[in-house]
Every structure is written in structure tokens, then in C-alpha cells.
Design a protein around this ligand. Sequence first.
Ligand SMILES: [Zn+2]
Length: 135
Amino acid sequence: MADGKGFIGEFKEFIAKGNVLDMAVGVIIGGAFGTIVSSLVEDVITPIIGMIGGNADFSSLKLGPIMIGNFINAVINFLIIALVLFGVIKAFNKARSLTEKPAEEAAPTTKICPFCKSEIALDATRCPHCTSEVK
Ligand SMILES: [Zn+2]
């Protein structure tokens, strides 16, 4: 997942095509976080923006009959949830990759010559050090 695309690139990729496990984890954690994030947006972020300058209560925003404000709030909620999940799953994947053993436990490529005890190639039929024939 991490190959130099950067945080934003990974985030876009995560939104675009999370794999099945990620999606399952996302649904579960998303449900748990949904309430918290809604509260965060409505009770913390919106008032803060309001303090900085002007009315930031998007829910009262209308374009004629279109309740664009609710949609904007939903989009903000989604982005925050996705961002939080992205962080959680990123940490989860990192932890998983740390606990998993490396796929291939470096197979031996050398053996010891029975005559001179030198290290020689595994498929050598004659020792390069003492010129003995080996199996
Ligand atoms: Zn040898």
C-alpha cells in the first residue's frame, strides 16, 4: 500500500478501493465512530468555525429548495470518518505486517565442503577450495 504515493494519495486510494477486510472493519468501526464524529462536527467544529468568522452552520444553508447544507454536513462527516478509519486501518495493517513472519525465510544457498569445511555453492559438484568432488 505504501509506495511513495504519499498520505493523500493513499487516502484517495483507500476511499476508492478499500479491500474486503478494510471495508468490513470500516463498517464496524464506522458505526461506532459515526455518533462521535457527528457530535464532533455539530458541537465542536461548527462552533469553532463560527467563532473564527461568520455563520458556519451549514444545515441552515439552502439553494432555493435544495438543502445543500445537510449534504455538506454529510460530506464533512464522511470525510472525517473516512480519515479516522484510514488512520486506524493504516495502524492495523502496520501492526499486522510487524507480527507476520517474513514470507520467505532465506533459503540456504551454500553448504559446507566435507573435506575442507569451506563454504561452497549449494549445487557445486566440486569444491573450488580443495577441488574435492562433493555431492
Ligand atoms: Zn573443499
